[in-house]
Structure formats: structure tokens, C-alpha cells
Design a protein around this ligand. Structure first.
Ligand SMILES: Nc1ncnc2c1ncn2[C@@H]1O[C@H](COP(=O)(O)OP(=O)(O)OP(=O)(O)O)[C@@H](O)[C@H]1O
Ligand SMILES: [Mg+2]
Length: 281
């Protein structure tokens, strides 16, 4: 981590006032005793899969380096329906991360429009776009690192504190999501004391803890072995089928693509293939 980023992170930690001295094991023991050990049944959320959540229309993103023009995303259109699992694949440099950043409203297109629930990003100022992202989206960035000096549960709580959640709700939501990710028993482990797959689950739990409508995950399985990758993608499938979440994820891995509803292949920033997985519907 660069010194500047580290400083920023420390500032955030201080501002968020996360009490890292909290004894989570005691809190969780009390909660478990109160709730009983049986996990709560997960209810299936009904969503209208006809509804378009994200509409990408004729989107191009150009970058300029010295006198060279790079067209990272080239006239891409796609309608992402609520409650679907979408994969963006393609070789390195094909434009996957750039497109994901545009969908997240982290970056803005050179041409074309993107809207979320009918609201065009171009019609919103930066503050409103930040708010839209914070309340509706969970993001797992490429090469996401957890805070190395925080345990699994503190990592999730930290993200919630930045999102403005109160302490009681932060704790409940963090435990819930670590449980959903199947790593509740690793909650007090530091990142260095977890496997790559467990760390990926914490990063995904952290992105989902504020209950977003959309999860954007940039190569979340890149560092994982094939068995763990499959487990993570099956978990994504459940989040879509049970929770009604919409997921857009990028990958190079052909073995996991059968779990998505729709697969877009990018080449030089263009969509060159669209495959719908009818077996799943
Ligand atoms: N800020 C930038 N300035 C200039 N060029 C950029 C910038 N960001 C991306 N690019 C270029 O745009 C193209 C697409 O990059 P992008 O990161 O979207 O690819 P990717 O498909 O995510 O690749 P990978 O699989 O390696 O992550 C690449 O040629 C890259 O060099
Ligand atoms: Mg990328």
C-alpha cells in the first residue's frame, strides 16, 4: 500500500471510530445464547426479473495517453435485469474493469448513457452518484485487499461504519453476512490467518453487508483454486436465486461461466458474443 493510501485509510479508521478493542467473542457468545444456535431459515425474496436494473446504451470510454487514444469500451449496450447473474469475460485488456467502473458510476463514459432504475448517471451530480452507489451497490474490486490489521468481522464492520450504520446494526449485519458466507467461525481471524477463499468471502460479505441491490465483483475468483472458485460462484448463484440480488462479475475462468444467466464476451472494448444460459431459467 502506498504511504498516501495508508494515511487515508488510517484517517478513515479514525473518523469511523471503529472500536477495534471490542471483544467480539463475548458479544457473539451473548447473541448466540439469546438467538439459540439454530441458523435462521433464509427466505426467498421475490423480484421482478422482467425489470431492467441497469441500462447501458451505446457506451464508449476513451482514454488519452500523450497523443495515443485508447478505446477501452467501444459502443457497448446491455440491459441488466434485476435478479440476474451476469458475467463479463474476455482477455486481459478487453475492457472488463473499465465497463464495471462505468456501471458503478465510479467513472463516466465519453459517449452514451447508463442508468440505474431508470435514473441516468449523467443527470446526477457527483454527490448524488456517490449516494446512489453507496446505497445500492456493493463492490469487490480487482485484487481487493482486506485491512490486514483488522479481523474478519472488523473488516465488515469497518465498511458499515463508513456507510454510516450504527454500532448495534453493524454488529448484527456483520455476523449475519459472515454466517451467510460460511465463515462465522473465522470471524476473529486476522486476514493472514485465513485462506485465500476465506479472505474472498470476507471481501464479498463486506460488499453485501449494507444490503445492496447490485453486487459488482471484478475477478473475485482470480486468486482462488478451481474448487474454491466454484464454491464462491455457487454462493453467488444462491444470492441471486434466494436474495434476488443482481450480480455483475468479471472473470477469465471458463469453468464457472455455466452458473451465470448471461455471459458477455468483450474483445477490444466491444461485445463480440452474448450467451444466455437457458438451463438455469
Ligand atoms: N486510466 C487509463 N488510462 C489509459 N488507459 C487505460 C486506463 N484504464 C484502462 N486503460 C486501458 O484500457 C484497456 C482496458 O483496460 P481494463 O482494465 O478495462 O481491461 P480488463 O479487461 O479489465 O483487463 P484485465 O483482465 O487485465 O483486468 C487496456 O488497454 C488498458 O490499458
Ligand atoms: Mg480488469
Amino acid at each position: 500500500m502506498k504511504k498516501k493510501d495508508k494515511l487515508k485509510t488510517n484517517e478513515l479508521a479514525e473518523n469511523a471510530a471503529v472500536d477495534t478493542s471490542v471483544d467480539y467473542s463475548q458479544i457473539i457468545a451473548n447473541e448466540t445464547a439469546a438467538e439459540g444456535d439454530a441458523p435462521k431459515p433464509v427466505e426467498t425474496v421475490k423480484v421482478n426479473r422482467e425489470e431492467v436494473l441497469i441500462d447501458v446504451e451505446g457506451v464508449t470510454r476513451e482514454f488519452y495517453r500523450k497523443d495515443q487514444k485508447i478505446v477501452a469500451v467501444d459502443n457497448v449496450s446491455m440491459k441488466i435485469h434485476r435478479g440476474t447473474f451476469v458475467i463479463l469475460c474476455g482477455k486481459s485488456g478487453s475492457g472488463k474493469t473499465t465497463l464495471l467502473n462505468l456501471i458503478a458510476a465510479i467513472d463516466m463514459p465519453t459517449q452514451g448513457t447508463i442508468s440505474f432504475e431508470g435514473k441516468a448517471y449523467g443527470s446526477l451530480n457527483e454527490n448524488k452518484r456517490d449516494n446512489l452507489r453507496r446505497s445500492n451497490m456493493g463492490i469487490v474490486f480487482q485484487n481487493t485487499a482486506l485491512m490486514s490489521n483488522m479481523s474478519a468481522i472488523e473488516n465488515v464492520e469497518f465498511a458499515l461504519s463508513i456507510a454510516g450504520f450504527r454500532s448495534q446494526k453493524r454488529r448484527r449485519s456483520s455476523i449475519h453476512w459472515l454466517e451467510r458466507m460460511g465463515i462465522r467461525d473465522r470471524r476473529n481471524h486476522m486476514p493472514a490467518e485465513m485462506s485465500g477463499g476465506e479472505q474472498a468471502r470476507v471481501a464479498i460479505g463486506r460488499a453485501l453487508a449494507h444490503s445492496p441491490k447490485l453486487l459488482l465483483a471484478d475477478e473475485p475468483t482470480a486468486e482462488l483454486d478451481s474448487k474454491t472458485s466454484m464454491e464462491v460462484v455457487k454462493m453467488f448463484r444462491d444470492l441471486v436465486d434466494i436474495d434476488g440480488l443482481t450480480i455483475v462479475m468479471t472473470t477469465h475462468d471458463v469453468n464457472i461461466m455455466g452458473n451465470a444467466d448471461i455471459i458477455y464476451t468483450l474483445e477490444d472494448g466491444r461485445v463480440v458474443d452474448v450467451r444466455e444460459n437457458t438451463k438455469l431459467s
